[in-house]
Ligand binder design. Structure first.
Ligand code: ATP
Ligand code: MG
Length: 414
């Protein structure tokens, strides 16, 4: 804890950014000057939340009671340490007073999650038919991941999550840990409790959108909120339920692992037991963890991207390796060449004024898709350089702007 002027102000942070000290902590967050505030879409919240530039970055500031701010800060830190997709806590500023010496609530400062969108912003864009469903699927994956690490959320809802595009799918991040509890493991009762909360909250949120004319008629709030429960149960059993088969069917072990990988999960340990005469085999994935592909890509290239994006990029890396006949070269050397010869030049080709439309990894994924369509139309292979040229000229200008700074967008709430 670092006491800073005025005397009572306290900043709790692992690595405090000096720029934080310049913010007007003696003013209620609601009254912070407009020039400090970045107008970005945000979800509905009880507390006042503002996005503020600090140095070259952007942070989210939430005004909240000190004990709650501290608790949420520490929970978010634990979740990050456990490699869970959650916003990154930066600091708690407490002991605030206004000019008249009246105490003010504390502020929790988190790093703004770049390229993330609250669900209301997603729904208010032109939604493709199945987008609502894919958002729900992303939330189900997030809930399963959190439950596997022993995190009880307590307030599962669309507005307490943020969504990022992940190779055409979505990846969900936890944003509000105010009600959460971290246990060694959750009981079935605790998991069911979270599911009940999810069902009620999500149906309510979607009914709100429906009332505001923002939801497609084809999406029924109750059916969609039930879908999160169904998807969750499917995933949960795929990840945890033991499976029994004949010992002659060993390939099914491999199949199970592949299915888990395809769902974005990694099998750390698989318990295999046989019965006394060895006729049947029982397998149970023991420690399951997500992020297999993104960790591999990170290790090879330092790129920190979503799981599906990582899978896409790794496929392209593998294709690069094959096309160069370098199967026997060290993987990290090939990865470095792919990064400098393919990935970086391609993502850098985008003209400055279009660069904020999509995150680079998502752009790369789209260019690969675009190349595939072009090749199909042309009936022959297309060079990636030609694909990016065509993509930048014809597709990218029509994309919504998703970078951090969206310009003067009206806040979605208050
Ligand atoms: N680090 C962040 N990056 C991007 N957006 C954020 C971040 N922190 C908060 N937000 C936005 O602010 C909104 C409100 O945050 P949060 O849910 O923590 O507030 P709250 O008042 O605790 O909500 P509740 O009403 O659920 O208690 C979120 O839905 C999200 O859109
Ligand atoms: Mg919230």
């Amino acid at each position: 804890m670092i006491p800073v002027a005025p005397r009572s102000l306290t900043l709790t942070a692992a690595r405090p950014d000096p720029g934080l000290l310049d913010l007007p902590w003696s003013t209620r967050l609601e009254d912070w000057p407009a020039e400090l505030i970045a107008a970005l879409p945000r979800g509905i919240s009880r507390h006042v939340v503002r996005f503020v530039r600090v140095g070259s970055g952007l942070v989210a500031v939430k005004e909240i009671r000190t004990e709650l701010a501290q608790r949420e800060y520490h929970l978010l830190r634990s979740l990050r340490r456990l490699d869970q997709p959650a916003v990154e806590p930066l600091a708690v500023v407490s002991g605030r007073c206004d000019a008249a010496g009246e105490p003010l609530d504390a502020c929790l400062v988190t790093r703004h999650l770049r390229f993330s969108l609250p669900y209301r912003a997603l729904f208010s864009q032109h939604l493709r038919h199945d987008t609502g469903v894919r958002i729900i699927d992303a939330l189900a994956v997030l809930l399963v991941r959190l439950h596997l690490t022993g995190y009880w959320w307590g307030d599962v809802s669309l507005s307490n999550a943020l969504f990022r595009r992940d190779a055409g799918e979505f990846a969900a991040y936890l944003v509000d840990a105010e009600t959460g509890e971290l246990h060694d493991r959750l009981t079935d009762g605790q998991r069911e409790h979270d599911l009940d909360i999810a069902r009620v909250n999500i149906a309510g949120e979607l009914m709100d959108l429906l009332a505001g004319g923002l939801l497609q008629d084809s999406l029924d709030p109750v059916a969609v909120s039930q879908r999160i429960i169904d998807r969750y149960r499917e995933l949960w059993s795929e990840l945890t339920v033991p499976e029994e088969f004949d010992s002659g069917e060993r390939w099914r072990v491999d199949e199970r692992i592949r299915r888990l990988n395809a769902l974005g999960f990694d099998v750390d340990e698989l318990a295999i037991t046989t019965d006394i005469d060895g006729a049947t085999l029982q397998i149970q994935p023991k420690v399951v963890d997500a992020g297999h592909h993104s960790r591999r890509l990170m290790r090879l290239t330092g790129l920190d991207v979503g799981e599906n994006q990582a899978r896409r990029l790794l496929n392209d890396l593998d294709a690069f390796r094959a096309s160069q006949g370098r199967q026997n070269d060290a993987e990290d050397l090939v990865a470095h060449d792919w990064l400098t010869q393919i990935y970086e030049p391609i993502t850098r080709t985008v003209p400055h004024e279009l660069a904020g439309r999509l995150e680079p990894a998502e752009l790369f994924h789209e260019v690969l898709e675009h190349r595939w369509y072009m090749a199909e139309r042309a009936g022959h292979d297309i060079r990636i350089e030609d694909a990016i040229g065509d993509y930048v000229a014809h597709v990218l200008p029509g994309k919504p702007y998703e970078a951090t700074i969206l310009g003067p967008v009206a806040p979605l709430h208050d």
